[in-house]
Design a binder for this molecule. Structure first.
Ligand SMILES: [Zn+2]
Length: 168
């Protein structure tokens, strides 16, 4: 059941989406989970976020049905890893729209751009929603990122979708 807030049942879908996805930490948590960084300690390290802030954002994303918390054990005590639900996976184009907009209208201290690559044909997408070369819709299963924060040349996003499918 989604968390109820003052915006969660608003008539405007932009307001309802902003209620779930509009927080910067929440968007950056989603970015990390899409890139395979889905455990508390890894998220904390990459985002340099306070424990209580991260816990709260994860709780909200789980309550909103965007992530699920799945227990795993490292031997000491059970902890959670966070997996994208179908609704979470559907948020990929939101991150892509942010990417395209930021590269057009904001400046970075570095030269490196983020590239959204269609894995169906291997070309870069300018829109992040679909591939202008082969026409494929860009989903987690058909998209890779060349991301300035990663040392990998291309980050496959398909794991998020594959892991989700294996659980249903
Ligand atoms: Zn393509």
């Amino acid at each position: 059941m989604p968390l109820r807030t003052s915006w969660s049942e608003d008539k405007c879908p932009i307001a309802r989406a902003a209620d779930v996805l509009g927080d910067p930490w929440s968007l950056l948590v989603l970015r990390e989970v899409f890139m395979g960084n889905n455990r508390f300690d890894g998220l904390k390290k990459e985002l340099r976020v306070a424990d209580n802030v991260l816990s709260e954002r994860l709780r909200r994303l789980v309550a909103a049905g965007v992530l699920t918390a799945e227990p795993y054990s490292t031997g000491k005590r059970p902890r959670n890893e966070y997996l994208l639900t179908a609704a979470g996976t559907d948020a990929l184009p939101v991150l892509h729209v942010f990417t395209v907009w930021a590269q057009r209208h904001t400046q970075s201290t570095g030269e490196t751009l983020m590239r959204i690559i269609c894995t169906t044909c291997g070309t870069e997408s300018a829109s992040g929603a679909w591939c202008q070369t082969c026409g494929a819709e860009l989903t987690a299963a058909t998209t890779a990122w060349d991301h300035p924060k990663s040392s990998e040349i291309l980050i496959e996003l398909a794991n998020a979708g594959a892991r989700l499918e294996s659980r249903h």
